[in-house]
Every structure is written in C-alpha cells, then in structure tokens.
Write a protein that binds this ligand. Sequence first.
Ligand SMILES: Cc1ncc(COP(=O)(O)O)c(C=O)c1O
Length: 436
Amino acid sequence: MGISQDLYKEAKRIIPGGTQLLSKRPEMFLPGLWPAYYSGAKGCLVWDLDKRKYIDTSHMGVGSCILGYADRDVDNAVKSAIDKGTMSTLNCPEEVELAKELCRIHPWARMVRFARTGGEAVAVAVRIARAKTKKDKILFCGYHGWHDWYLAANLKDRRVLKGHLLPGLEPRGVPRGLRKTAIPFEYNDRDRFLSLIKRFKKDIAAVIMEPIRNYYPAKGFLETIREVTKKEGIVLIFDEITSGWRFNVGGAHLKFKVYPDISVFAKGMSNGYPMAAIIGRKDIMEIAQDTFISSTYWTERVGPVAALATIKKLREHNVPAHLAKTGKAVQDGWKELAKRHNLNISVSGIYPLSHFTFNHKKSAVLKTLFTQAMLEKGFLATTVFYAAYAHKQKTIDKYMDALDKAFFFLSRAIKDKKEERLLRGPVCHSGFKRIA
Ligand SMILES: Cc1ncc(COP(=O)(O)O)c(C=O)c1O
C-alpha cells in the first residue's frame, strides 16, 4: 500500500530481512500495511513517504527517543558540533566531559568507556568481565543484543532465549565452541539463580541483567544477586540500555540502591543519536587496557554532544516524572476502556515502558487488528506504549479517543466472530521469522 510498502518490497530483495533491526520490520506490526518508512519525524509525529501524518504511540524509535523526535535542544547542540567538525585525528573533549558527568551521577563508578550501540557496549562489558576474572561463563537474564556471547545461549537448544524477549533466534554462525558459555535465568527467580551459582560458580565471569524491565524486582532479589556475586568474585553488570534514564536521571539501579560493578547505557541516553557508555569500578574497568577494545567511530563527536544535551534536558525538565505520569495515564486508559468494551486484556510493564496483552485464543489476530484500527485513525500503535516527553496531555486525550473506538471495533469483531475477516492483511509476526 503506497510508496512505503513498495519500497519495502524492494528492500527485501536487496537487504536480507528487509531492515537492520527486527523490531522495525513492518511484519512485526501490520504485514503489508504498516507505513515502513518515514520522511520526517518531530516530537511524537511521524510522516510516511506518502505524506500521511501519524501520532507515534508505540515504542518511539524502539525506546531510543525519550524526549521525542528531532528534539530542538539536542539537535541544536548536535548542529553546532557538526559545524565545528565531528571527526578529526584528535579526540573530542566532550567525551571526557560525558565520562565525568556519568561518574557524578553514579558515584560508585570511577571509569568509563564509550561505544555507539547497545549490543556492542554490552559485548565490551562482557569482554572486560572475562578479562578481569579469567573465566568464561556468563549468567544472564533478558535481552542483550545480537553478539556471539549472547546468541551462544541458543547453541544448546534454540528455545533457550524464549522468554528473554526474542523467541526463535537462530545461533547459526556462532562458534560451537561457545556452547554452554551463556546460561539464562528468569527475572525474580532467586532459586534458579542460586542453583546456577552453586553449580557453576568457579567458571562464572559475570552476571548480566536489567535491574528492572517488565516488573519490579521482588523483595531482596537484586540484593541477593549483588551479595552473591560480590562473595564469589563475579562481575555484576546491569544493562540499563532501556531501563536507564526513564525512572530517574541515570540508571534505575540508583533508585533501588543496588550498585553493580559495571553498568551499560545506550539508546535513551542520547535521544536517537548513536551513543553508548560502559561505566564501572576502577579496578575492573582498568582491565580494558590489558585486552583490545578499540573502534574508530567510538571517537566521533555527535554521540557525546547529544548525550550531554539529553541528560541536561532530562534533568532540567524532570522528564522521568513526566514519563511515569504519562505511562500511568495510558495504563489506566487501557484498563478502563477494555472494561467498557468487555475486552479481556492484561496490562503490565512499568509506567514508562507499558504494554498489554489480549487474553484471547486469537491474541495475535486481535493485536494486528488493533494496529490496523489505530493506523486508520492516524496512530502508530501496538500493544506497547513507551512514554516520551513529547507525549503531552492533548496527545493522550487524542489517543484515548481513538482507543475507545478501536476497542469498540475489536469487541464487535469478537462478538460477530469476524476477527480474521476484518483483517486487511496477514497476522503480525511475534518473534524471529525468515522473510521470503
Ligand atoms: C536491554 C537491552 N540490551 C541490549 C539491547 C541492544 O541494543 P542495540 O539494539 O542498540 O544493539 C537492547 C535493545 O533493545 C536492550 O533493550
């Protein structure tokens, strides 16, 4: 449908999988109908190639744009960096300023390295932990990117990563020698964690996890992990790529007062500009000099400048409070309108990263139908809502109005047993699938 979908068909012929990120595949939302490409984005508005305008109430650039698209303050800082030159034979001073700022915000950390994407930053943290401990195994919980160390978990059984965000990921191309080096545990499953520690503690380099994502930590869960890793000389890494900067200015761990040995930031820290940081205790981070961690574009200027401007704005406008308020309004709206239209849904997620599921045997059909109905009303919407500073009260009011109509439409579809017939294309994908 339209120029965007035509371009996407072309893309699939020349780009394996069509896009560079699984979560941006149109098939994940509304196969054949999702706009796929944008010509412009500002605040929470997005324009597609056919000049149609949408309000983005989905995941705002896969969680990268906490402030909103093309934020004026961040962009002005970046534009002035561009005018000064973003690359040279010498280093940019802003990276030192950002390192100091990150250590000021996280006083337990003393040293910082930088990268530009989340997955590579986690890979840096894993390398540092392995170098420090001279051990190989990693216990992990949740999603941490595409790199070999992580996908190795699926070498044993490709279902291992199911439940850690992306089911069905194939570890083809990951050296078989990495088998049994990455072992998962579930969030809040203290017993499983402790039994893995008991079994493998002599070989574990690091425990890596998000301090919070979908649920609050059970009482004592993070504290137990901290205590045990400390006792056993295991490096504790908190992946704050998505959780960071949303609860407070800095890592969510500050709120829980549980301090890791290394913490990793990306995405939200720089509002859409590539930037990532690995911060940590001095005695651990120094090991980075005894291994080789180095890349040309980790030295460019835009990333640190964008991060400094983003952090400044997050603080000055108390953005985390706005995200909590907006996320709560959306969660309350989902519950109230589902009740009004007799739809059985479960609402979950922390306020800044909210989501819901349809408790229905045709949940994937309903999810697709929901996206279809909302798109027709001018919204990029799915069953997640990542709050941004650009989502103002009037955005939420408009969203609730559209949601009311979309939920009414869904309840009628269920009542008339017409769920599939009302779909104008195939059902959305839920995890990794090959694209023909
Ligand atoms: C917790 C977490 N870790 C790692 C990553 C990977 O980051 P990137 O996509 O920038 O490589 C993500 C991205 O979704 C994430 O949410």
